[in-house]
Design a binder for this molecule. Structure first.
Ligand SMILES: *[C@@H]1O[C@H](CO)[C@@H](O)[C@H](O)[C@H]1NC(C)=O
Ligand SMILES: *[C@@H]1O[C@H](CO)[C@@H](O)[C@H](O)[C@H]1NC(C)=O
Ligand SMILES: *[C@@H]1O[C@H](CO)[C@@H](O)[C@H](O)[C@H]1NC(C)=O
Ligand SMILES: *[C@@H]1O[C@H](CO)[C@@H](O)[C@H](O)[C@H]1NC(C)=O
Ligand SMILES: *[C@@H]1O[C@H](CO)[C@@H](O)[C@H](O)[C@H]1NC(C)=O
Ligand SMILES: *[C@@H]1O[C@H](CO)[C@@H](O)[C@H](O)[C@H]1NC(C)=O
Ligand SMILES: *[C@@H]1O[C@H](CO)[C@@H](O)[C@H](O)[C@H]1NC(C)=O
Ligand SMILES: *[C@@H]1O[C@H](CO)[C@@H](O)[C@H](O)[C@H]1NC(C)=O
Ligand SMILES: [Cu+2]
Length: 367
């Protein structure tokens, strides 16, 4: 696969030089030590097993979040789901979305490495590959080196998923994950409705203990029109950060086009669609690897004008009242990590970060 373009490489050398002054703890980022985040299907069987085993390790380790702050949290893995749920009303479809999630998945990757011995870099899901048939994707093939297949068939699952008045047909699952390493995986928090996305504050019972299984309902009718190659191409061709954000999260009722970010959440089913507890499905981190990847690719086309480009507010869906954010907006990670500004996460080879994506724009699906 192709490496970073030459202008980008020149820029990261500059950033790495600057980072020596900014963060003395961070090692200098070079072409030798840079982490390369790869598409799931391109990993070897050993690399896949290492990633899955380290996730299971995180799911066995005790939580760090205090019980009184989040009664439902049981494991180190849950710490991440809790931090996401606790910030949902401030970090989606707004000016903070890409920055917050970039740092969130970095913190997860760091925990996998430092606490569970993961040797690789965070993998991602290239949405366009087999977007017309999700079950053909090695992520969902149900094998021991996948994230498991569909949910068990749930006859009473809602008949369809709708976006305003537009209705997608339901998939063939709807129940608990039926196969693979995460079969019958549970999440300690209650499920959330779509209406709760627009709340001004986190519901007080959001982090209470209400265990249930993570459900799936793979839906190729949704993925085929929200994740295909022309969608990815169109996203990367958006001229401004405002347009880029608007296309990524389309959210216009009554159309089958949700935008690729919600599109992938919906295409996997209710477990991943849940706006609060979606990180409980480990596929979340592959999906958000791609979200971060497309943002990094989009930035790299014009780093000078795009690295610090910001548009939108600090409230989910930009519902008012909310403040327009600036590049120096400080993002909260609660018990996971110290706050960090959007400026400090604006490039993938600065500060503590030293990674890039192994990504060839428009590469045809290998399966
Ligand atoms: C989707 O892929 C699976 C696995 O490769 C295959 O069995 C199935 O026939 C495909 N479905 C369609 C509609 O092509
Ligand atoms: C099946 O779907 C119904 C209706 O959405 C839901 O109440 C129930 O919890 C689901 N069962 C499982 C096992 O997910
Ligand atoms: C759905 O259709 C009804 C009847 O035409 C209309 O009143 C309503 O506003 C529509 N909903 C949305 C979200 O557009
Ligand atoms: C998942 O749980 C259900 C209900 O308890 C059980 O019937 C099924 O065998 C379990 N599946 C796996 C793969 O463990
Ligand atoms: C890809 O998605 C776009 C946008 O939803 C849609 O118009 C187009 O028909 C899709 N292409 C294919 C090949 O499905
Ligand atoms: C978001 O902006 C509002 C309105 O200015 C402000 O009251 C609130 O504290 C801000 N929230 C965060 C998390 O910065
Ligand atoms: C926030 O930005 C929008 C779009 O640029 C602008 O219309 C609005 O007036 C700004 N709000 C504040 C409080 O500055
Ligand atoms: C949730 O967020 C609030 C306000 O941002 C914070 O005070 C609280 O400690 C957080 N709780 C958890 C469990 O992260
Ligand atoms: Cu999120």
């Amino acid at each position: 696969m192709v490496s970073a373009s030459l202008p980008l490489r020149a820029l990261w050398v500059t950033f790495c030089a600057l980072s020596v002054f900014a963060a003395t703890t961070a090692a200098i980022c070079t072409e030798e030590n840079i982490e390369v985040r790869k598409e799931w299907s391109t990993l070897t069987t050993e690399e896949k097993a290492d990633y899955i085993d380290s996730i299971k390790c995180l799911q066995r380790k005790p939580a760090m979040t205090p019980k009184e702050a989040a009664p439902g949290v049981r494991t180190r893995y849950d710490d991440f789901t809790a931090a996401h749920a606790n910030n949902t009303v401030r970090i989606h479809a707004n000016g903070v979305f890409f920055s917050w999630h970039r740092h969130f998945i970095y913190l997860y990757e760091k925990a996998l490495k430092e606490e569970c011995g993961f040797k690789g870099a965070l993998p991602y899901w290239n949405w366009a590959w087999s977007s017309d048939n999700l079950t053909a994707n090695p992520i969902f093939d149900g094998s021991e080196t996948s994230f498991g297949g569909d949910g068990a068939y749930n006859a009473s699952e809602a008949l369809a998923m709708s976006n305003g008045n537009y209705t997608f047909p339901r998939g063939n699952g709807g129940g608990c994950i039926a196969s693979g390493p995460f079969a019958n995986l549970t999440v300690p928090f209650r499920s959330f409705t779509n209406d709760e996305l627009s709340l001004p504050e986190t519901p007080t019972n959001a982090l209470d203990y209400a265990p249930r299984c993570v459900t799936r309902d793979l839906n190729s009718a949704i993925s085929s029109v929200n994740l295909n190659q022309s969608v990815v191409d169109t996203l990367l061709a958006q001229p401004t950060i405002k347009d880029f954000q608007a296309y990524a999260d389309n959210l216009i009722p009554d159309t089958p086009f949700l935008g690729p970010h919600p599109g992938a959440h919906w295409a996997v089913g209710w477990g991943l669609e849940d706006n609060y507890a979606s990180p409980s499905d480990p596929v979340f981190y592959l999906h958000h690897g791609m979200v971060d990847n497309v943002w990094a690719q989009w930035q790299s086309k014009d780093m000078e004008n795009r690295q610090f480009a910001v548009y939108g507010t600090n409230r989910t869906l930009n519902i008012l009242p909310a403040a327009n954010v600036t590049i120096d907006f400080e993002m909260q990670f609660n018990y996971l990590a110290a706050p960090i500004t959007m400026r400090d996460v604006s490039g993938t080879q600065q500060g503590e970060y030293c990674y890039r994506y192994d990504y060839t724009e428009g590469a045809p699906s290998p399966f």
